[in-house]
Structures are given as C-alpha cells and as structure tokens.
Design a protein around this ligand. Sequence first.
Ligand code: ZN
Length: 244
Amino acid sequence: MPQAVDVLAIAAHRDDVEQTCGGTLLRMRARGARTAILDLTQGEAGTRGSAAERAAEAAAAAEILGVAHREALDLPDGNVENTYENRVKIVRVLRALRPRVVILPYWTGRHPDHYRSSTLGYEACFLSGLARLATTDDTGSAQQPHRPFKILYASLYADVRPSFVVDITPYIEQRHRALMAYTSQYAEQAAGSGLFVPEQEIRDRTFAEARHYGLLAGVGYGEPFVQKEIGLVDDLLQIPVQSI
Ligand SMILES: [Zn+2]
C-alpha cells in the first residue's frame, strides 16, 4: 500500500495535471511535501496512442514531476460520470493516500470529463470522511475514514479570477518536460496532425498562460487556483503581491 501524501492532484485525463498544476506539485515537492496524482481515466479514447502507451508516458511524467505515487482509475475516457460507484473508487484512493490537500479541476469548462471530475472529486472527498461508509484496501483490510482539510480547484482553463496564484517560475521548464513526456500526444508526427498542435505551439501557449497568471501576482510564471473558502491573514506585513 502506498504511503500517505500531503498533496493529491485529481484529474480526468493523463496529462491534465501536467498542464494545470504540474508546477505547483514541483514546488510543493521542493518544499519537502509528498505529492501524488490520481488520473480518473486511462486515455483509451485518444486519437493517438493506446492506453498502455499513455500509461508509460504518465509514469515518465510522474518521475519528472517527482510525485511519490501516481495511479489511474478505470472510468471511461470521454464519459466520466458522477455515480456512487465512481465516488467510492476515489474514496478508496483518498483513504489510502490520506492527503491534507486535494487539487481538483475547476467545476465549469468545455470538456464534460473535466467539470464532472470536479463534482465527482468533491463528493468523493466528502464521502471519504463518513465512518459509516465501509471500504477495504487492495489487501482486503478495512480502511479508516479520511477527509482532506483543503480542496483547491485548478482554474487554468476556467474563465474566472483565481483566488491565488502559485509561483512556478523555477519549475516552468521542468513542467514543460513533464508534458512533453506524452510523446504520443505532442511529438511532431503526421497522424492526426490536424487535431494535435506541434510542440512549439504547446510551449508558446502553456508558457504564455503561465506568464499571464504570473503577471497577475507579480512573478514570472504562475498557476491559478480557486478556493471556495475565504482567505485568513495572520500578519498584514506579510501579505504578498504589491497593490500599486
Ligand atoms: Zn483533460
């Protein structure tokens, strides 16, 4: 059974986390936190590459991101649904990894898998704290309830103002390398080239997005997050981001 982690990023598809919060996972790891990724689908609906190829790519990306654990559930790619069965699958992972912080996709968006994963993940976090829901781990042992302390929403692809930005300036190149580990999706190739953009374009787009959010916070590159709770300040003199 995997060891407990501090931060768990949950997303619909392999390579989602790399795009929305990979720099944040690198930053947290540099601060000594244990990080993990849960992909809800295995990528079998992709135009290029099999689910097996994508599993190998996801493992390579996980190594670059320095996560302690990565796994994929078997929800159907392109048809992620918020069912009780799916919630319980996530509960079993939450109870095994026991994260303090869970990062979910933002709750609106273009791709139904993304916004459904958001609600599905939130409800799984709630359910995971209920003692009356009995679950077992892979060895058949009973699991203890666990509710994450903090839920954050990675809002890179949402047209919303973030609650805060994480400075990923030192990790932007490494994040890019993690995304490029998905060679079946992003390497220069002819098959499906009408659907897939070349690496230079991916680099330009992802760096521009990170630069945009970085500028909002007065740093080089950033990743945006929304939290539903209010912020709490301890010391007015330590609040970052200059006003004028
Ligand atoms: Zn996706």
